[in-house]
Every structure is written in structure tokens, then in C-alpha cells.
Design a protein around this ligand. Structure first.
Ligand SMILES: *Cc1c(COP(=O)(O)O)cnc(C)c1O
Length: 413
């Protein structure tokens, strides 16, 4: 174990910022003054590159180019192009990822396709406490395909992988706790039992290094609006290992997954390669926003990004230990098992988070008692961490969270 200097003071946090090789990346984002944004794990901040690119896309490409822009502005190949850029962040080859649809829809496509690849097996294994849509979609697929979806306690997953299992479907970094699965180990175990693995990378892509190819991963999905900063409702991505692509049959047979969409023929002819994961017309403007947003990762070494992310979350845990009482820690203390977030627990978590947000420290709340803080290392500073904990301490000391306006639940938490 390395020992870090105990960063108890604001000055020490400021010194960490001074020594941060990624400090200048923050200038790639437009963050409102007075806000400490610790919710990039839910909706990434706005990269500076997006608005000018969108203005051009809207005024020139759409307004002037009109339908010609599908060719002239290279709109048509954008799902593959943006997928290729994301592939570099998740350890995949450019032709193994496309950007389309939502994570939920991509999960559906991938689970059905994977189940078809294991005709003798009818079991999908998932994990209790995963992001709900993952379990909902898996159970929907099970209903449709006369299969069964079994959600298990995390620790029970590895031993449940046997020759009855077709698919192990897991989220690499848990959305509530930030706990990280051993991608290589679980994938190896599943393959030894003849099962396929689907990894959900929603809290991984853009947050930490990921080596899909190195782990021999089969399938993965992930979203564009969290650490990839693609904006609200940004298109998601889907990865299919090259070795599975020719055999893959996904159920949503739309014209963009056709080998020759513009032949306009009656019969479906499956597209070669990763293109078969496409369904219909891309959400082009959102795709353009995501593509521009990904420029924020240009030249960024993901190992350096991870090093900073670990330092940020370590500092946050250390300061909460020091400064706060009455909170639990729902995230692993061991940084190796933790993604880029820290979750605290408190019975009054909702009201406390609302009081924090009113003071400009934006995290979020996840039922029943979790205060979630995401640390997007491209734009969060060490002094942000220090100030956030100081603000939380003050919210508790002054009982500010008890104000009636903080008790009212909003629709989106
Ligand atoms: C955010 C998230 C999703 C979101 O799915 P959408 O279809 O984009 O709404 C799915 N799975 C996990 C694990 C997530 O964290």
C-alpha cells in the first residue's frame, strides 16, 4: 500500500490540482459558475465542442444541406464512426461497436441474439441490485424466448454458472455502489461452462479503462450520456466480438440492419459485420452531439484518467471519514473494486441531497437511502471534493436538510 499525504486542508487539495496532469481537460467543458458537479455518472457535463458543432449541424447540414447531408455531411456512416471512437475507450476494435438506440434496446437485441447462439440452454443469469432496466429487459427476453431469468446475490453469481446457463448478464460497475466486477475472471468462468457474457458498461465507458478484447468479452452495451457526455438521451452503443458477428441474429430486423438498405427490396438480407445490430434511422442530431462530445477524450490516457479518478474518490472517502458522522459507506473502500463514484447512505438521504443541490453541490439520490457522488475525472477538481464535503458537513451541522421544501420528492431523483 502506498501512503498518500493526508489531504485534510483546502490547500492540500489545491496542491493536488496543481500537480494534476489532466487539470487542463476541465477547460474542455462548460460548467456553470458556483456549481460542483458530481453527477457526471448520470448526465455528463456539456463539452465546449458540442454547441458550435450542433449549430453547424442544425443551420448548415440540416437547414441548407437538407436531405443531401446524409451523404454530403457524412451523416449516414455516423453510427459506425462514433462506435469506432467509443471502441477505443472500451478496448474493442473499431468494427466491433456501433452507436444506436438506447442501452435498454441494445440489451434486448443482444440478449435475444446470444440466447439463439445457445439453443440447448434456457437460463440467463443476472444480479440482484443491478440497474433495474437490465433485469426488466432480461426477464422480458426470457418470457419471449421460453427461457428463465435468474437474478442472484452478487457473490452467488460465479458458482451459479453451469452448463444450463446460456448468458451471464452483468453490469461491470454497479450504479448504486460503484462496485466493479472482475470482467476477465467472470468471462473466463462463463466460457469454461460454455456460456456467453453480456457486459453493461454504462458506468465504465469513459470512466475507467476497459479491455473488452483482452477479456475475451462476447457482448457489451453502454450509454452515451453518462461519462461519455453525449447529452440527455444520447444514443447508446453495442459491442459484438468479431468472432460472433457472422453468426449473430438480433430480433429487431429493421432496414438499417439490412445488407442493402437502399435497394428497398422486400426480403430481409442481413448486413455483414456489426452493421446488423442497427435497426432504423439514427437519432442524427444526438449522434452528432455525442461525436463532438467525445473530443473531450482526445489525447487522454485512460490509465492516467483512472489514476485521477481513484485519487478523487479516495480523497472523498477520506474526508467523509474525517468530517462526517452518521453516514454509511456503500462503496468499496478498496479502490481496485470501485468505479468512479462513491455512495454514502443516510436515512434522510433524499432531503440531504436536495439541500446539497441547493448549495450548488450536485450529486443524486437513489432509493432507499443512497447519496451518490460521481467523479468524472476530466472535469472534477480535488478542491471540488474538499468543498463538497465541507458543504455536506455544513448541511448536517445546520440541519438545513430539515426544511420542508427538501422533503418533497421530485419525479426524477
Ligand atoms: C444508466 C443505465 C442504463 C440506462 O438505460 P437506458 O436504456 O439508456 O435508459 C441501463 N443500465 C445501466 C446499468 C445503467 O447504469
Amino acid at each position: 500500500m502506498t501512503t498518500r499525504p493526508k489531504p485534510v486542508t483546502h490547500e492540500e487539495a489545491a496542491k493536488l490540482d496543481g500537480d494534476d496532469p489532466l487539470a487542463s481537460c476541465r477547460d474542455r467543458f462548460l460548467l456553470p459558475p458556483g456549481v460542483i458537479y458530481l453527477d457526471g455518472n448520470s448526465l455528463g457535463a456539456l463539452p465546449r465542442s458540442v454547441a458550435p458543432r450542433m449549430q453547424r449541424a442544425i443551420e448548415q447540414e440540416w437547414g441548407v444541406g437538407l436531405i443531401r447531408s446524409w451523404n454530403d455531411a457524412d451523416w449516414y456512416p455516423a453510427p459506425q464512426r462514433v462506435g469506432g471512437r467509443i471502441a477505443a475507450l472500451v478496448g474493442a476494435a473499431a468494427d466491433e461497436v456501433v452507436c444506436a438506440d438506447s442501452t435498454s434496446v441494445n440489451l434486448f437485441k443482444v440478449l435475444v441474439a446470444a440466447l439463439r447462439m445457445r439453443p440447448g440452454r434456457r437460463r440467463i443469469i443476472g444480479e440482484l441490485g443491478d440497474f433495474p432496466t437490465d433485469g426488466y429487459v432480461a426477464s422480458g427476453v426470457a418470457e419471449l424466448m421460453s427461457a428463465e431469468f435468474v437474478a442472484l446475490e452478487t457473490d452467488a453469481v460465479p458458482d451459479a454458472i453451469d452448463e444450463r446457463v446460456a448468458i451471464v448478464s452483468l453490469t461491470h460497475v454497479n450504479y448504486k455502489t460503484g462496485r466493479v466486477h472482475d470482467m476477465a475472471g467472470i468471462t473466463r468462468r462463463a466460457h469454461a461452462a460454455g456460456a456467453l457474457v453480456v457486459w453493461d458498461l454504462c458506468h465504465t465507458a469513459g470512466a475507467m479503462p476497459c479491455d473488452l478484447n483482452g477479456c475475451d468479452a462476447d457482448f457489451a452495451v453502454g450509454c452515451g450520456y453518462k461519462y461519455l457526455n453525449g447529452g440527455p438521451g444520447a444514443p447508446a452503443f453495442v459491442y459484438v466480438a468479431k468472432r460472433h458477428q457472422s453468426e449473430l441474429r438480433q430480433p429487431l430486423k429493421g432496414w438499417h440492419g439490412h445488407a442493402r438498405p437502399f435497394a428497398f427490396v422486400d426480403g430481409y438480407e442481413i448486413a455483414p459485420g456489426i452493421d446488423r445490430m442497427l435497426v432504423g434511422t439514427a437519432s442524427q442530431l444526438s449522434l452528432i452531439a455525442l461525436e463532438a462530445a467525445l473530443e473531450a477524450f482526445d489525447g487522454v490516457d485512460m490509465v492516467a484518467l483512472r489514476r485521477k479518478s481513484v485519487a478523487l474518490t479516495d480523497l472523498f472517502i477520506r474526508l467523509t471519514d474525517q468530517e462526517l458522522a452518521g453516514f454509511g459507506l456503500a462503496s468499496p473502500r478498496d479502490a481496485a473494486q470501485r468505479g468512479s463514484q462513491v455512495s454514502l447512505t443516510h436515512a434522510q438521504g433524499y432531503a440531504i441531497m436536495q439541500a446539497l443541490i441547493e448549495r450548488g453541490v450536485i450529486g443524486d439520490y437513489r432509493a432507499p437511502d443512497i447519496l451518490r457522488f460521481g467523479f468524472a475525472a476530466l472535469y472534477v477538481k480535488f478542491v471540488d471534493v474538499w468543498n463538497a464535503v465541507a458543504t455536506l458537513k455544513d448541511v448536517m451541522a445546520t440541519k438545513a436538510w430539515m426544511a420542508p421544501r427538501f422533503q418533497q420528492r421530485k419525479a426524477v431523483t
